[in-house]
Design a protein around this ligand. Sequence first.
Ligand code: NAI
Length: 258
Amino acid sequence: MALTKLSRSVEGYVVFVTGAASGMGEATAKLFADEGAKVAAVDINRDGLNRVVEEIEAAGCPVRGWSLDLSNGEAIQTVIDEAAAHFNGLDMLVNNAGISIFSSIDGADYTRAWDKSLDVLLTAHTRTIRAALPYLRKSKNPRIVNIASTEGLGATKFASAYTAAKHGVIGLTRALAVELGEEGITVNCVCPGPIRTAMTEEIPEEQKLTYARRRVALKRYADPEEVAHGTLNFCLPSASFMTGTALPVDGGLTIKNA
Ligand code: NAI
């Protein structure tokens, strides 16, 4: 007989993961599948998405993929409606998809970097949340997790569009935690540090090592799966009183002075 009341299982619940074709989105989709959730996976990269969906299916887990550009608000509504119809509901939304475009403030490409970054990294979250809300309101375990970044807590040179968007993700998370709290919907965000994904693969290995040794308490880049576990923790029924938080999963990057 259990000594406590709250469940640490997402089994049977439906999760909607954006950016599931690669990196942390892929790791999140696979982790939730392993934990018994039904996975609705979306990405703009159709081939990558098909690969991930096939791998999850091969493990015998319920999954369906939708090719989707998160810049397209109408398509988001259609896909979320289809996912909820397919799985008979939607309980957990993970806003993970992202891009990183570097430009100095006076760079020729700055306006494009700003518009695209804000659109994909921040505005898209509001689109998916608005589309998913009617389903989350019917759920017994309604959870929203936004993937921000340690760039939401600090800043790196030449990344002001990305940094502003990620600060915005934390602000949006806090605002919606307050707004949706009385409905029992929790809204949290994860702030990953340096992670080995497609987004960071062009950084030479030597540069990664130097950076990690200097800045990260654990002295290394993380595997995407290590971040997915942070996301899963926010989605557990037992995480019922956690809302409005920004959780660094950064190997100690943000607390390290020297
Ligand atoms: P990734 O590049 O491996 O995966 C991002 C996915 O998002 C890709 O599959 C891509 O196709 C998809 N995507 C991009 N634009 C899209 C759009 N318009 N519509 C639909 N899908 C789209 O990158 P990673 O690292 O896994 O990134 C996941 C999240 O983590 C992002 O929000 C990123 O900003 C954040 N992050 C990454 C860090 C890192 O060190 N890799 C550190 C901190 C945060």
